[in-house]
Design a protein around this ligand. Sequence first.
Ligand code: ZN
Length: 696
Amino acid sequence: MSTPSKKKSLKQPDTKLSSKESSKNDKIQEEMRVLESEIRSHQYFYYLENSARISDKEFDLLFTKLKKLEAKYPDLVSEQSPTKLVGSDISVSSDFEKVKHKVPVLSLENTYNTEELLDWIQKTDPEQIYSVEWKIDGASIVLYYEKGILKRAVTRGTGGVGDDITENIKTIQNIPHELKSKIDLYVRGEVFMTFEDFEQFNEDFGGKYANPRNLTSGSIKHKYASEVAKRPLQIYTYDAYFPNGRKNIQTHKQALELMKDEGLPLSPDTEFISLKEMEKHINRLKKKKDKMPFPIDGLVIKINHLALRDSLGETSHSPRWARAFKFDAMIQESIIEEIIPQVGRTGKITPRARIKPVQLAGTTVSYATLHNQDYISQLGVGIGAKVKISKRGEIIPAVEEVVEPGLNGVYLLPKKCPSCNSKLQKVDESVDLFCINLSCPERMKHTIQFYCQKKQMDIDGLGERQIEIFFDKKWIQKIPDLYNLQNYKDEMEAMEGFGEKSVALILNGIEKSKSKSLRTLLPSLGLNELGHKVTELLIENGYESIDSIIDLAKNNNAIEILNSLHGIGPRTAEAIVKQLNDASVLDMIGKLKKSGLNFQAELVEKSDIRIFENQSWCVTGSFENFQPRDKAMDLIVRHGGRKVTSISSKTTHLLYGEGAGSKLSKAEELGITIINEKEFIDLLKKDNIPYSNEKE
Ligand SMILES: [Zn+2]
């Protein structure tokens, strides 16, 4: 402690020293922040893109440098440091810490048609302005920012208590770890996946996931944050709570503007609408919804004025100042008579409810899906429950709400497979149960059905019902049996509902499938991780026949070799090697070969007009003139280009169409030439290259 008399003389050198020190600290701090952001962006490219832009060694150097600085200057370590993220991968477990929400997280009451919604507005306050927002079908979370720093991310959970999934959520690219200003803010948001990202990711996992929502909610609860980082997750935030008072924020609109200014991502198309314009606006959005790249299950309509929200308050379940609006949902009440666990192709168990038949959207509905155990438990559904059933678009009818729970308690899925009696297991993520027995009869039946689908071998006349009948008669038990089905021609023709014509169609379709190439055949076999994308990657890398792929799988270094191919990760490499060394898989392939199936990739004939020479093209979205989009890819290859399935620093062009997902923004980020359908056609026209105008 300095006495007042000494203070003056001491003050001078003191400040000098501290300013010198602080400027040095500033410099180090800046260096650390730069290192952090560099590491984070490399992690992003590595995890999300499978495309490292620097070597592992270079990456390690950056990492070590940051770690050394952090050890030397512990006071300057940022809470968001990537060194912390990686370290915590190990400690994150599937049993997440339960956290009590600081503000109860309520769910919204639904309205199912415009009249119901307008009626609610009339009763609430017809003079007010209401916000109309997309209701994104993902996983709901709450982000807790304290002094501008993301402290916790918590699942909605029961509404009162959720799981702390902070480390997982921090891996999502568009989420700010730090806001622009040092405010306290609790933010609600929805984690989701675009359709395109979902399809691609799901294909790589053998179609294990039913929809983007299931994959999203499974992903955010994954045990390892490094695994979550590989998932193409995004987030939109839509509401803010100000724990220290709202100050000059009076409306939801202002709150959203503030959120945007703070760097929080908001969903597109939010508008502020009066009662007079409401119906027109909703109709506009109804039309637009199918063009949106992410899953939407309706709209959310909220009162704009925050003080009015406060005065309206909430019931124990939901706020009185907001409603969800479900698009074209047809709702009926019914009773659950039975719950049947169904085994899918991948072994996934889906509980299906048999209900007392009701009329919905002009059809009689007798079954509705219950998705999985989590869904059942959340709703509290059991046999005998009175429920609301919905049907939206082409989606399978679903149980939406429980009206009366019934007397039998909440339904629990069995522990054993209803088809083969093997023990059911949770695989990777916790949401679904699986039968992992590869020769499970139910799985086999679905595998044959999958093989015949339009997207796969496209066998005419062989729909799910026909396959089911032939399977039960034991005429087809495995895929190769299809090619002996002609042995039962007479029996088939004699069967009710078949006849000569339809039998001829089926046998013809089976015969025609022999002309499909490896490109279609391999992914149609339904092997784990061996979907269309991985098959393409193998062909791109010169593995153009099944024999060359099997030879590769036999190689002692197979996993390393596969892993070194751009776009194939360790999990995929392992699955390929394991399955292509499996006797039953090899037996199936041998039998199919004997039946004359084509296990060779057809190659695109090269043209002399090589306008895409030395270019690497990635194609995303859907196109009017190129359906399927392979047609555009073939044109690129025919004219000298190379096609790639994911964006990396080596990609030179991105051709994008309707519904393009995250690839578009990544291409922008990397400064890749981005081309739309019209520009692509113009390129072709310049050299008089014909392109197909007709849809097939
Ligand atoms: Zn089974």
